[in-house]
Each structure stands twice: as structure tokens, then as C-alpha cells.
Design a protein around this ligand. Structure first.
Ligand SMILES: [Zn+2]
Length: 367
């Protein structure tokens, strides 16, 4: 019996719906994890997260191991107690964040300078597991070796093999049976390498699989090819999670290929930059044309922002830098995202996912 399992409930072509069970409750899939980097989804209280429809949140190993440190989080009730979120939590391993710090990568692990105080920090596959077990997340991710795209094939291949060796070390380091550890498929944009990476990582028998190194600037076609190469190699009864993907069109394309889980900063980050995701396309709330606009952000949305406030009011809050603007736009963008995935699950169950996808994409003309 593993700490995290996945059961299918419906299928439509390659798209699939199901339920992922975790030590802190069930998650209907396909689903999305809002990013709570420092054990907080920016501007959202946990009550807000429930209201917008979040079933699982993501927190960041790299940031939390540096501030306040995993020992502090562990002492204050692990992540669930610390941030007062009683639902499922997934932590990423930190490799992706560290990449931007230009780390020294050796067979042993990553060495980098802390963004907080410049201190030398070492992150090994074993340490990444230990930190995540101390944080108490329901799902930990193995430390992988991300590579920027495009990179020479030799480098992508090297990173792929090292990711595999690190995954074996992570499994050996795992101590808590009441928590799950997911593997990560790397392999860049090269379909052959993706297929190989997926086959190798699947052979290690993880309860779920992240597909990493995507949503980093590759084209939609490159991403589709990478997913088409990797997914058939992964066991059907395990969760598949595309890391860092969260735009409407990208998620629908991945769901059509059998992906179950996503995370991304897009809905929350765009909100803080005055961008609203809507059924008819994304809009910028800054624009002068909204000054006297009495309509909500999105006619089809039932979030508190759309029920209560006009575009004119939201524009006023945003252009005068009122903090409420960030919160109201975040509430809306997350509601939009969770509504989209709920409708996708319903469409899969009804056997009309492709029709649903075409309809959503066609309606999103945007600015
Ligand atoms: Zn709304």
C-alpha cells in the first residue's frame, strides 16, 4: 500500500479522469496545484483557497529549506500545521529554482549560493528527500537535473542519465512510509530521449511521475511531441504530472494526452500584474477602456470578484496600487483555472472532451 494512489473513474480517448488519494484527502483529476512558494499562495488565505476550489497546493523545498528552514516548519506542525492547510500538499524538489542560480552540478549534487544571504548551500538527492520529509508534504519530488532548452543533445542525455541515478539515490534515502515520492521524467525536447527517460524512470516503480523540463520556452508542438513520447512509457495506473504548465491551451492539450496534474505560477502571477484570465481570452485590467465599465471581468464566472465588482472598480484598485486588486484578481484567476479543470473532468466523464477543448480554445480570442 502506497501513501498516494490513483484510481481512474472515466476515460475519453487518451484523456482520463480519476481520483488521487493522499494522506490528507482525495484530489479529483485532472487538477491544478496553485503555487505556494513560501508556504503561502500569494494574497490567499487557506479559506480563500478552499473557496476558489483548490484541492491540493504546491510548496517550494528550496525556499523553505532556506527560510525559515525545515526544522522550524517541522516543529510548527509540518507544512500542514504551519500554513494551516489541512488538504494535500506537494513539494517540488528545488532543482528547478536552483537552476536559475547557476549551480555547480556534480555527481554528488548541486552547490549554489543562497538568494537570501549568499551562503553556500548543498542540495543532494538525499538531502532533498530529507528536507521534504521534514516538511511533511504528502508528495515529495525527487531532485532532478533540469537543463535549459535548447541544449546540445549530449548535455540533455547526460542530465537524463544523472536524473535517473539521482532518482535511485532518492528512493534509497526515503524513510517515511506515510508519504509518497514521485519520479521525474527529463529528456528535453528530443522525443527519443523522452521515451528513454520515461521507460527508465518507470522501471523504478514510483507511485506517480512528474514530467519535468517542459514549459520552459519550447513550442507547443515540441511539448506535444515530448509528451507523446513519454506518456505511453508510464504505467497507466499512476499519476502523471506536467510540472510548470498552467496555461489554458497547454493544459487542455496535455489532458488530451492523458495528463492528470499541473502546477504553474501563471494564474497567480498574472493576477498581480493586472491580467485576468477569462473565457473570451485574457484581458489587462490597466486599460483605459475599463474606466467606466460596469461589467464583471468574466460574465460566466461566479467568483466573489465577478459577483461583486466591476472592471471599472478593479481598474481603479490596480492603477492606484491597492493591495485588494492583487487579491481579487488572484481569486478570479484561480477560480477560472479550477472551473476549467472541473469542466474538463465533466467533459471526460461525458465522453465529449475534444468538443469541449475545441469550444474553449475557439472562444478565447483575447486582446
Ligand atoms: Zn471571476
Amino acid at each position: 500500500m502506497t501513501a498516494v494512489a490513483w484510481e481512474p473513474s472515466a476515460g475519453d480517448g487518451n484523456a482520463r479522469a480519476g481520483v488521487m488519494s493522499t494522506p490528507h484527502g482525495d484530489v479529483e483529476t485532472p487538477n491544478f496545484m496553485p503555487v505556494g512558494t513560501r508556504a503561502t499562495v500569494k494574497t490567499m488565505d487557506v479559506e480563500d483557497l478552499r473557496t476558489v476550489g483548490a484541492q491540493i497546493v504546491l510548496a517550494n523545498t528550496y525556499h523553505l529549506m532556506l527560510r525559515p528552514g525545515e526544522a522550524v516548519v517541522s516543529k510548527l506542525g509540518e507544512l500542514h500545521g504551519f500554513m494551516a492547510w489541512s488538504g494535500p500538499i506537494l513539494t517540488d524538489s528545488g532543482g528547478y529554482q536552483v537552476l536559475s542560480l547557476n549551480p555547480t552540478i556534480t555527481e554528488e549534487g548541486l552547490v549554489f549560493r543562497s538568494t537570501y544571504d549568499g551562503a553556500r548551500v548543498e542540495l543532494t538527492p538525499e538531502r532533498a528527500v530529507a528536507v521534504q520529509e521534514a516538511l511533511g508534504s504528502d508528495i515529495a519530488m525527487v531532485l532532478d537535473v533540469p537543463v535549459p532548452l535548447p541544449s546540445p543533445r549530449r548535455l540533455v542525455e547526460e542530465a537524463m542519465h544523472r536524473t535517473h541515478r539521482w532518482a535511485e539515490r532518492a528512493l534509497d534515502a526515503k524513510q517515511r512510509d506515510d508519504r509518497a515520492l514521485f519520479g521525474i521524467v527529463q529528456g528535453g525536447a528530443d522525443p527519443d530521449l523522452r521515451e528513454q527517460a520515461a521507460k527508465d524512470i518507470a522501471a523504478l516503480g514510483f507511485p506517480g511521475y512528474g514530467i519535468g523540463g517542459l514549459a520552459v520556452g519550447e513550442t507547443a508542438d515540441e511539448r506535444d511531441l515530448a509528451l507523446d513520447a513519454a506518456i505511453p512509457q508510464l504505467p497507466p495506473a499512476r499519476v502523471r504530472y506536467v510540472m510548470g504548465l498552467g496555461d489554458t491551451e497547454g493544459m487542455l492539450a496535455a489532458i488530451a494526452r492523458g495528463v492528470d496534474l499541473f502546477d504553474c505560477v501563471i494564474p497567480t502571477r498574472l493576477a498581480r500584474h493586472g491580467k485576468a484570465l477569462t473565457r473570451s481570452g485574457d484581458i489587462s485590467i490597466k486599460r483605459a477602456e475599463w474606466v467606466e465599465d460596469e461589467t464583471p471581468l468574466d460574465d460566466g464566472c461566479s467568483c466573489l470578484t465577478c459577483r461583486r465588482y466591476s472592471r471599472g472598480y478593479l481598474r481603479h484598485l490596480y492603477t492606484t496600487s491597492e493591495p485588494l486588486a492583487d487579491r481579487l484578481l488572484t481569486v478570479h484567476n484561480l477560480t477560472y483555472t479550477f472551473d476549467l479543470l472541473r469542466m474538463a473532468r465533466t467533459a471526460i466523464a461525458a465522453g465529449r472532451f475534444n468538443e469541449f477543448r475545441q469550444h474553449v480554445v475557439a472562444a478565447r480570442v483575447g486582446e
